[in-house]
Write a protein that binds this ligand. Structure first.
Ligand code: ZN
Ligand code: MN
Length: 487
């Protein structure tokens, strides 16, 4: 953030940001939305195309029923009303990656309307972010601009099925926007309707943001932030843009309706273009596609397939396993991670501790070694056993760290490693007393200082005994012995 903008933060308490978000989501269907071409990412340019998705005259689009199924599923999962008769419209604009010169989309009667997604706020309360609509549409192709002074067009993506999810401007800051986007991102993955890969563009968020004085009833001028491909950059862009608009308002500058993008290198938003109005698109009904009639049977057959959703899982993990909210939130954002934890929870006597091992040690290891959780050598059952060994007092937490490292590289069980390496905790009082006595006798100076009031030396004695036992001594037993000996 530039110095200039930082300086306005002092006034920011008087202002209020209003944020609405549009997400374009690519659906993971086998074929495209209006033709039978493959819907796959990463093919050679212009491989998956036909006369329909390349807009040849005389061809007719045919609706892919699977796309309607996905849209209904998403609508139900986000508390929307499903529109019984839903139709298509043409949205006109010229761009080389759009050979028809119009996009088939929906206008007045989108398939889903009036829904909401609940997010949790920092104070633990819930907030509903209302959805205006979810509509179906086709994606455009891609222009590839060469540095040699020409551009190429790849139409593989043309006709890829999209749903666009449009929220009300119900969010007030970057944290709420991020929470909303992350929850939506989880929901579509739980539903299995999209890869939602932000880097590959299958989950694209456009953020509309305006700023007004808190005392004003009128919303400020809306700015669109486009094509930001990570949650982190979206958060940074909203924070920057809020401050930029506050500064403009403070200095009496005019804010124009425009589309801006995030300049990662310079950590600021920059203008892409001034915005078109909806009227410029000349929407009209698509004459080549009939309306889709959705009856209750269709809706109910899809409702049956809704799995447990992220919000429900979040509440259940907290309730059933006693996990803190923040930990449960990390787990639910990845289905394999949440599954791994729940698998552990089946046989683990302390699920909260298992969760700690997963979120701290296991994730750190997986990140460092770029391993997916599904490919880790440490099974959930083995991790549960490790936690149970600690609970039973057969190893202390320091030794447990070493056992963990060995488990994750070898795939062996905790019991095996403890036995092989003779790591079992030494908690025989007699044996530890012998060691403790020796240490006290060998260190008369430290004993004198301790007795003179330097109580911190207690740790020195325990440390020496730990060293003697290779870290295997039961710390509680040692504490008791030294407390008695040094009285
Ligand atoms: Zn095609
Ligand atoms: Mn759209």
């Amino acid at each position: 953030m530039s110095e200039q903008i930082k300086n306005t933060v002092a006034n920011s308490a008087d202002y209020q940001a209003t944020i609405g978000i549009e997400v374009h989501l690519q659906l993971k269907t086998k074929s495209k939305v209006f033709c039978s071409c493959k819907n796959e990412f990463g093919h050679e340019a212009n491989k998956n195309i036909c006369p329909i998705c390349t807009g040849h005259p005389g061809t007719l689009p045919v609706m892919n029923k699977k796309v309607v199924d996905c849209a209904i599923l998403l609508g139900l999962a986000t508390n929307c009303k499903i529109t019984p008769t839903t139709s298509f419209a043409r949205k006109h604009y010229y761009y080389p990656d759009l050979p028809k010169n119009y996009q088939i989309t929906q206008d007045a009667d989108p398939i889903c309307q009036d829904g909401y997604i609940s997010i949790e706020l920092e104070d633990g309360s819930e907030k509903k972010i209302r959805l205006i609509r979810i509509h179906m549409e086709e994606d455009a192709g891609k222009n590839i601009h060469s540095s040699l002074g020409f551009s190429l067009v790849d139409l593989n993506r043309a006709g890829t099925p999209l749903v666009e999810i449009v929220s009300h401007p119900d969010m007030e800051n970057a944290q709420q926007a991020k929470a909303y986007l992350m929850r939506l991102h989880s929901i579509v993955q739980y539903l299995g309707i999209s890869d939602a890969n932000m880097e590959e563009g299958s989950f694209r968020a456009d953020v509309n943001i305006s700023v007004k004085k808190k005392t004003s009833d009128k919303l400020g001028q809306r700015i669109e932030l486009k094509n930001i491909n990570s949650f982190k950059f979206i958060t940074q862009a909203i924070e920057y843009e809020t401050q930029r608009q506050i500064q403009a308002l403070e200095s009496g500058e005019k804010i124009y309706p425009e589309t801006r993008q995030w300049d990662r290198k310079n950590q600021k938003t920059v203008m892409m273009r001034r915005k078109e109005g909806a009227d410029d698109y000349r929407y009209f009904p698509e004459p080549d596609l009939p309306s889709v009639e959705i009856d209750n049977n269709w809706i109910e057959s899809i409702r049956k397939t809704i799995p447990e959703l992220p919000g429900e899982k979040l509440r259940r993990l907290q309730k059933v396993y006693g996990l803190p909210y923040a930990d449960a939130l990390i787990l639910i954002e990845s289905i394999p991670l949440a599954n791994y934890f729940e698998q552990t929870g089946k046989t683990c006597k302390n699920p909260k501790s298992a969760c700690n091992w997963i979120l701290r040690n296991l994730l750190a290891y997986l990140n460092e070694h770029k391993v997916e959780i599904n490919n880790t050598k440490m099974t959930p059952e083995n991790l549960a056993e490790l936690v149970n060994e600690i609970e039973a007092g057969s190893i202390n937490s320091k030794v447990a760290q070493d056992v963990f490292s060995e488990m994750i590289t070898s795939g062996k069980s905790a019991k095996e490693i403890i036995k092989e390496k003779d790591l079992g905790q030494v908690d025989s009082t007699e044996m530890l007393e012998v060691i403790a006595n020796k240490i006290v006798n060998n260190n008369p100076d430290e004993v004198a200082k301790y007795k003179a009031g330097n109580l911190r030396l207690f740790g020195f004695f325990v440390g020496q005994a730990m060293k003697e036992t290779g870290g295997k001594a039961n710390p509680k037993v040692l504490n008791d012995i030294f407390t008695k000996l040094l009285k």
